[in-house]
Design a binder for this molecule. Structure first.
Ligand code: B12
Length: 802
């Protein structure tokens, strides 16, 4: 369907999307395969489900192709059926819906995480999504609906691929928890900003929760985008009220919520898991035909990391862009970057965030390095170390592209000039990746001396950007700072240029200020004076060193005088903070040596590459493996847990820390003292079904191995049935079960029950952070231990060996 026509419809009338289809298909799907396969093996059933929803009044029917991308289908060995499953999916939906509804081609996540959290590369993901979307478009769907994305990075690449596959309208939603963030820490404003910039036509929220929390999610999205919104809550809510309970949202209740969604700005409503055609019928009755709210959001430069969005402009706080991550005159950084290492860059990122930067400029221009490759690495490192959005600062279009693929949110490109070459290479990238863009007042003739000429160059860049479809709100102008030591009037030209850009182009402005003082003594005095003059002229952002106290204090003070800091709130806050800092004594540290601290820090910050070398160094210096594990690694991963609890970090960082722990442990493992090996019995170790935490289980396994037991590690996420099979296969004496979550510890009694039923005599020992001695007794386990050392004692008791 034509995009314009669809958007007109969506803005004129509330539309209703169909509901869940999985439960209705389940009994018809062959064992071990997926719902999408039903398109081939049970087409009549699929048609019937679509028909029921169309009859119930759905305006949009979603194809049964949610998991029909190559990567996901490969899990079921169906990767060769991508074409058939999607083509059939479109046909069956059309047949079921007839002329009653539009057909939306469903595109869902791959089930894998994009690098570095997982092993799926940008290009592979892009190709898989493009393949699926092209097939669906060819099979005649009217639009696309992309649902249930929890990782912004995957949503980005998926959206780009689907968007690039045809001109059809694209709806995309992410899934949020009760705390209004996705599982990987993205908030609704950030999701809406990033997806909107990448060309989504309708943006929304679906699944995970019932309707209540979605009111808030939708409301927040409405602050960041004026694109139409859609919402699909679950009709089944697990753990509602008390743990283990299940709550069903009735069709009538869902319809009442739908009215509230429409009141706050939704254009399309539907329902997700657990819903039925009855829900659709009630929704249609309640909101079908209503006129959506007319919403508008002020266009602004909004930049996002995975975790947050900042706004840049005259009615916003002054934006400090941290300039430290730049190898010019930095031997430490350039040395590391030329070796492909990133720990100094990560430290720079972290410290600039603490010092008050809002955005991080990333420049890795070291001669002779593979810039795209190093850029990709550094962006990964910076995104792990900090929560700030990124400005990509490079003259190499290849490096800019590598960075744009790698970032998780909406980055700022630093920069495009008026030179033909720059316009031809950078503008297409800014358009394709929906990035923000610094327009630099330089062209093929160099830097114009006069303010009017700089404005002329900037006007040309803006006009060119418009030709590529780059929205004006993505642009910010740099009027260029030239040093005053040679020609004093240069400062005045820059100030006039800022004023001209503001009045004639109406765009925000940015400046790298420190050049102004080159060649003069006491540079920060000149720099800070200049920045306050620039702010008075209307400057909105500066690329500067947030560690320079004088500059930062000037920005804070000038923000009061230019009324950017409303009611002087930030100024007062900074004053109080300064006073507190003076009082604060230096904290004592628990780590014994600097090396210990480096290992601890590597785990907490997720530096899996550097940690192995540090462990080796520590072992070579005579430290015991046991000591390193107990006094450094375990406290470090516990610190990670605390940070996760306090929402200082999110799943992506926790994952990288866990990987770092594993990398460290791998190097440490051969150095544990091995006790006299005499065969003491066979132990099967595993983490129970639904649980992927295996760090603790691995440690316990190692302790047992070191005390003479034969340990067979079954891995993680292991079902009771597989454990039973393996216990028989290995004639194990003991099975060690690990669980780290309240939701998975309930798998333990299932194993014990199954053993009883099958007459298995092997003993069961349980453990893991959530498991207690009392719980172990209640479920009839033979033993419990709180850690590796006591696990050895416990197992000896169980087997009467001690
Ligand atoms: C690292 C980590 C992860 C890593 C795991 C990587 C890996 N390969 O293990 C990743 C990032 C993948 C992860 C994912 C998730 N995690 Co997590 N994770 C943690 C974290 C920070 C540390 C766990 C750990 O390794 N501890 C260190 C080890 C050494 O301790 P341990 O496992 O307890 O093991 C010791 C003892 O318990 C005992 N032991 C362990 N097993 C056994 C077995 C036997 C037989 C015996 C005798 C003894 C024994 O001995 C061990 C050695 O001393 C904890 C927070 C915390 N403070 O515990 C959260 C935590 C466990 N995770 C949690 C959650 C919710 C999740 C996710 C659902 C996150 C999400 N929102 O998506 C997913 C779950 C995915 C899944 N289906 O399993 C919650 C669980 C809440 C709960 N009580 O139910 C925690 C507590 C964080 C929190 N506060 O929310 N997580």
């Amino acid at each position: 369907m034509n995009k314009k026509e669809f958007l007109k419809r969506v803005k004129e009338n509330i539309l209703v999307i169909d509901g869940a289809i999985g439960t209705m298909l389940q009994s018809h799907i062959p064992k071990g395969t997926c719902e999408d396969h039903a398109n081939l093996v049970a087409p009549e059933v699929v048609i019937d489900v679509h028909r029921q929803y169309a009859d119930a009044g759905a305006d949009i029917i979603i194809t049964n192709t949610f998991g029909a991308n190559r990567v996901k289908l490969a899990e079921f060995d169906l990767q060769d059926k991508v074409k058939e499953i999607n083509t059939e999916g479109a046909r069956l939906a059309r047949e079921g819906a007839g002329e009653k509804a539009l057909i939306a081609g469903s595109v869902g996540p791959t089930g894998k995480l994009i690098e570095p959290l997982g092993d799926l590369g940008f290009d592979e993901a892009y190709e898989a999504y493009k393949e699926q979307a092209s097939i669906l478009a060819e099979a005649g769907v009217d639009l696309f609906i992309m649902e249930t994305f929890s990782d912004l990075k995957e949503a980005r690449v998926a959206l780009m691929a689907v968007r690039d596959s045809s001109d059809l309208p694209v709806m995309i939603s992410m899934t949020f928890k009760d705390d209004f963030t996705t599982f990987t820490g993205t908030d609704p404003i950030t999701a809406a900003n990033v997806l909107s910039s990448l060309g989504a036509d309708v943006i929304g929220v679906n699944c995970t929760t019932g309707p209540e929390p979605m009111l808030e999610v939708l409301g927040r999205m409405a602050l960041a985008t004026d694109k139409p919104l859609f919402v699909e809550p679950n009709a089944v809510i697990y753990g509602h009220g008390e743990e283990g309970s299940i709550y069903h949202v009735s069709p009538e209740e869902m319809a009442r919520f739908a009215q509230r969604f429409v009141d706050i700005g939704a254009n399309i409503t539907g329902s997700c898991c657990g819903s039925t055609p009855e829900h659709t019928r009630e929704l249609k009755k309640a909101v079908g035909g209503r006129v959506p709210l007319a919403r508008s959001v002020q266009p602004k430069l909004r930049l996002s990391s995975r975790y947050q969005t900042i706004e840049v402009g005259s009615d916003q706080p002054f934006c400090v862009v941290g300039e430290r991550l730049n190898p010019t005159n930095r031997e430490d950084l350039s040395g590391e970057l030329s070796e492909g290492k990133i720990s100094v860059a990560q430290d720079d990122a972290k410290s600039q965030e603490t010092q008050g930067a809002h955005l991080l400029d990333v420049n890795i221009g070291v001669p002779g390095i593979d810039e795209p490759l190093v850029m990709k690495k550094v962006i990964r490192g910076v995104e792990t170390a900090s929560r700030l959005p990124i400005a990509i600062d490079s003259v190499s279009p290849q490096a800019v592209e590598a960075a744009l693929k790698e970032v998780s949110g909406k980055a700022l490109i630093n920069s495009v000039t008026g030179e033909e070459k720059s316009l031809n290479t950078i503008l297409p990238l800014a358009a394709k990746f929906g990035a923000g863009l610094i327009c630099l007042a330089v062209d093929d003739d160099g830097i114009p001396q006069k303010a009017e000429d700089r404005l002329r160059v900037l006007k040309k860049i803006v006009a060119e950007a418009e030709k590529y479809g780059i929205p004006r709100e993505n642009l910010i102008c740099d009027c260029v700072t030239l040093t005053v030591s040679a020609q004093q009037k240069r400062a005045q030209e820059t100030l006039r240029a800022i004023e001209l850009v503001k009045s004639e182009l109406g765009l925000p402005t940015i400046l790298g200020v420190s050049n102004i003082s080159y060649g003069l003594p006491d540079r920060t005095l000149i720099n800070s004076t200049f920045i306050s003059m620039c702010m008075a002229a209307g400057l909105d952002a500066a690329i500067m060193n947030p560690g320079d106290t004088r500059m930062m204090e000037t920005v804070t003070a000038a923000s009061v005088l230019t009324v950017r800091d409303k009611n002087s709130q930030e100024y007062v806050k900074a004053h109080v903070k300064k006073k507190k800092k003076k009082k604060k004594k230096t904290e004592s540290t628990v780590m014994v040596s600097d090396e210990d601290k480096l290992i601890y820090r590597a785990v907490v910050s997720g530096d899996s590459e550097g940690v192995g070398g540090l462990i080796e160094k520590a072992v070579n210096s005579g430290k015991s493996a046991q000591g390193i594990n107990d006094n450094i690694l375990i406290p470090a991963i516990e610190e990670v847990g605390k940070k996760y609890d306090n929402k200082e970090i999110f799943l992506p960082q926790m994952l990288l820390s866990a990987e770092t722990f594993q990398a460290a442990f791998q190097v440490l493992e051969p150095h544990f003292d091995i006790a006299d090996a005499k065969p003491m019995g066979t132990v099967l170790m595993c983490t129970v079904k639904g649980d992927v935490h295996d760090i603790g289980k691995n440690i316990v396994g190692l302790f047992l191995k070191n005390h003479g037991f034969k340990v067979i590690d079954l891995g993680k996420n292991i079902s009771a049935e597989v454990i039973l099979e393996k216990v028989r296969e290995y004639s194990a004496d003991v099975v060690g079960l690990s669980a780290l979550m309240t939701t998975t510890m309930t798998e333990m009694p299932k194993v014990i029950e199954l053993f009883k039923k099958e007459g298995i005599t092997a003993k069961v020992m349980v453990g893991g952070a959530v498991v207690t001695k009392k719980y172990a007794k209640e479920i009839g386990a033979h033993g419990y231990a709180k850690d590796g050392v006591s696990a050895v004692e416990t197992i000896k008791n169980i087997l009467s060996l001690s």
